[in-house]
Design a protein around this ligand. Structure first.
Ligand code: ADP
Length: 494
């Protein structure tokens, strides 16, 4: 009688429920007194028809199954809706053949409301998580099993959350990948702070390999124990593809521009080369014509031995110039096709420089520079190099020093360093702008106006390739108006 639960016995007929017995709690709930209620049907007590129908249904169910039946019901009262929950049990048939039931019912409105509020909040969170386009998951720190997975995650991985929750990475991914993922999880807990993985490949069930940008955040209990790991992964596969595509387009563009630049340089080269070839040729033609005319006119005065020798000298010079130009062009094509060969033999670099200086003596004397000053640290610096090719490099540097040296003195220095021999050729001429210090070693590049000094812009390119083929280095130090020093370093051992 004193129980805070509503308890009693009812007799249930087709359309109504009669109260046979009950405790005071029932009367209190219905705000009626016990005497009024006992022996009355609920219809007589003013219970709405629909409510009566619902309850009869519950009792029938209990009768059919013969088991105790759980009920939960929002009951309309004078003070608004109350939630009743409890159990009803079939007892026996009474003498009228009507079933009797016991009921134990509790007013659990507050609990129900609290639970509903919790559900609402959970749904609210779930709705937000499911509408975020990035995959979000939560793992238990203990065994790294999944506790939560949002919709974007299900779509990406290809499993629904019922399949995912309670499982770990090894249930869904190839072992190696699962190792990577869980390894990283452990690191995140060790480091005790968020870790960002810029790019992480993942094998999915239906969408093949995808690339993720993932953030992993460790959560700890108030006393600092690892509790959860929250992961947020953005699928950047398309973004990355677009970036790659953009990069490719950009690279193609750059390549095209390079080609255009090269074509332009080639065209300029052809025009310069034709001009360069043309002037010795014109001069040769002119000489030949003059010689023929002098012979046919019988001008013996113009055909003296000295005259003929000087004419032949000139002819030789022009032919040699043509030969040099053609050789340079051949070298460029050899370099391009990788056919530049280095024939090594042991020789003394000092001797080679001396030879070149002697051979160029006339050219030096004809220029205002005069003979170069040659200094050295040793008269024997022997290495295994290509004699002809190294000679070509030194010749090129000295010819340039005359050409661009503005008639100032030229200095050649030879030294033996730790593992290499170094030659420098210094002039005091026009100098080279800093932005061209590397460029002048490119094909067809000429730093100065083509009309000013003749040259094909090939010498330094060829020299650089020769030096490189020896495993050496070549560079220039120069200031505009102050002259230039070209350096060549050749390794002493192959
Ligand atoms: P070329 O002399 O036939 O033009 P090179 O390849 O020998 O070709 O030289 C390339 C360019 O480098 C030259 O056109 C010139 O502008 C610049 N250059 C080379 N040597 C010197 C130097 N000693 N002083 C100033 N500029 C130089």
């Amino acid at each position: 009688m004193a129980a805070p639960l509503m308890m009693g016995v009812v007799e249930v007929s087709e359309n109504d429920i009669k109260i046979i017995s009950m405790n005071p709690t029932v009367a209190r709930f219905f705000e009626l007194d016990e005497k009024t209620m006992l022996g009355k049907t609920v219809e007589q007590l003013g219970m709405p028809k629909d409510t009566i129908k619902d309850w009869i249904k519950f009792y029938r169910h209990a009768l059919e199954t013969g088991q105790s039946h759980d009920v939960g019901y929002w009951h309309e009262t004078g003070q608004g809706k109350r939630f009743l929950s409890g159990k009803i049990n079939f007892i026996e048939y009474d003498k009228n053949g009507k079933p009797l039931f016991s009921f134990i019912i509790q007013d659990t409105t507050e609990m129900k409301l609290a639970r509903q509020e919790l559900e609402r909040q959970e749904n609210f969170l779930e709705t937000i998580l499911d509408n975020i386009p990035d995959m979000i998951f939560v793992k238990d720190a203990k065994d790294l099993r999944f506790l939560k997975f949002n919709k974007a995650g299900e779509d990406l991985i290809g499993y629904n959350r019922r399949e995912l929750i309670g499982k770990n990475d090894y249930d869904f991914f190839p072992p190696e990948q699962a190792n990577d993922f869980t390894g990283m999880d452990k690191k995140v807990f060790e480091g005790r702070r968020m870790v960002e993985i810029a790019e992480e490949p993942i094998e999915t069930r239906f969408r093949g390999k995808r690339i993720l940008h993932t953030k992993k955040i460790p959560l700890f209990t108030p006393n600092g124990q690892p509790q959860f790991l929250v992961g947020i992964s953005e699928d950047i596969t398309e973004k990355k593809e677009a970036q790659e595509m953009q990069k490719k387009v950009y690279q193609e563009q750059v390549a095209r521009q390079e080609i255009e630049k090269l074509l332009e340089a080639r065209d300029e080269f052809i025009s310069i080369a034709s001009h360069e070839l043309k002037s010795p040729l014109s001069s040769l033609i002119l000489q030949a014509q003059m010689f023929k005319r002098n012979v046919s006119l019988g001008r013996d005065d113009l055909l003296s031995k000295e005259k003929i020798i000087s004419m032949m000298d000139l002819t030789e010079k022009q032919v040699l110039r043509l030969d040099r130009l053609v050789n340079d062009m051949l070298d460029v094509s050899r370099i391009r096709t990788g056919k530049l060969k280095i024939d090594r033999m042991e020789f003394n670099l000092y001797d080679l420089i001396q030879d070149v200086l002697i051979r160029m003596k006339e050219q030096f004397l004809l220029s205002d520079s005069g003979e170069p000053k040659f200094t050295y640290t040793s008269r024997t610096i022997v290495g295994s190099w290509d004699h002809l090719r190294i000679e070509q490099v030194i010749l090129n540097l000295l010819t340039n020093a005359i050409r661009y040296g503005g008639g100032g003195p030229i200095e050649v220095h030879l030294s033996q360093e730790k593992n290499f021999a170094r030659v420098s050729v210094r002039d005091h001429g026009i100098g080279i702008a800093p932005e061209l210090h590397e460029k002048i070693f490119d094909r067809f590049v000429r730093a100065i106006n083509p009309s000013e000094v003749s040259g094909l812009g090939l010498g330094l390119f060829i020299s650089m390739q020769i030096v490189k083929a020896h495993g050496g280095r070549m560079w220039v130090e120069s200031k505009i108006g102050k002259g230039s020093t070209f350096f060549v370093e050749l390794p002493l051992s192959k």
